[in-house]
Design a protein around this ligand. Sequence first.
Ligand SMILES: [Zn+2]
Ligand SMILES: [Zn+2]
Length: 350
Amino acid sequence: MQAVRWHGPGDVRLEEVELELPLGPGMIEAEVLHTGICGSDVSEFRAPFAIRPGRPHPLSGQQPPLTLGHEFSAVITAVGEGVDDVKPGDRVAADACWRCNRCEACVSGEYNLCLLGGSIGLSSDGAFAPLVRFPAYCAVPLPEGVSDEAGALLEPLAVGMHALDRGGARAGEELVVLGYGPIGACTALVARAIGLDPLVGELHPGRRARAEAEGFAIFEPVGEPLEVAREVRGLTGIGAHLVVDCTGSVAAMEGALEMTRRAGRIVIAGIPKKPIPVDGGRMVVYERSLIGILGYQNDLPRVAAMIASGSLEPEGMITRRAPLADTPAEIARLAEDPGDDVKVLIDVAS
Ligand SMILES: [Zn+2]
Ligand SMILES: [Zn+2]
């Protein structure tokens, strides 16, 4: 079959492969419907961060070249020994976390922090391919009322849900979401579904227009971080209860730290590539909290239920669709300049 493989920085190819992972005990095989391109696929194209060249992953046993793709919907075609909670024909999405199920993090339910953890599509072959194999514990059945397309959005939406959970978001609070890329859009959409009315900051005019078209209040975070923060405090009355940064930008984070009211919370959902300057004294005096998040913990079924009930309609964030063969070019284009794209969805089954 044809699959989209990561060979190294700047080197993602469509090539003929065979399924490498065995369909052993606890594993499933599924036919892929749709797969989203994630910001991490794009950043791995630039430079490896999650992918470990030359080191077999301790749980999957795989190492590059690897098939990318961890945000997907699929139909199960076969199950390995001992798998009885899902069966062939089931429509599923995947909680992409490989986990050992034995370490302290796994035992306490924080499997996203597993000492040996990894991700489908970064630590094992993923879903930019017609067929994918992964652990059955990753499978999340799609309820009726969740389209195949929305199914491929569950994984990034779960990241937004986890960011809001860790930030202690409560209905009616003032929330600021920085960045309207895929994770910013997911965070804003989930926030609205749970009763918040986010204010979205985005520098790119095209993406800002997308956020506005989705019905969100917007602002342009241009200027010195402290000036931007002052503007946001004005827009939110006395400052936000919660700020979720989805940009990974140091300047955005510097502003974010000063956007909250007293006892405000700041969640880091983007990955800053450089240290962030933090004024500890001001954190103390304002009793602010700074919170990191990684992935999600059992959030996919919650998000699926929200979509099935109609409280969350995520399809509007899909701004472009393309066939599997175009995936390498799409990843390279997004790495160069995403333009006003939010989520690019690859139609794998055709
Ligand atoms: Zn992702
Ligand atoms: Zn573990």
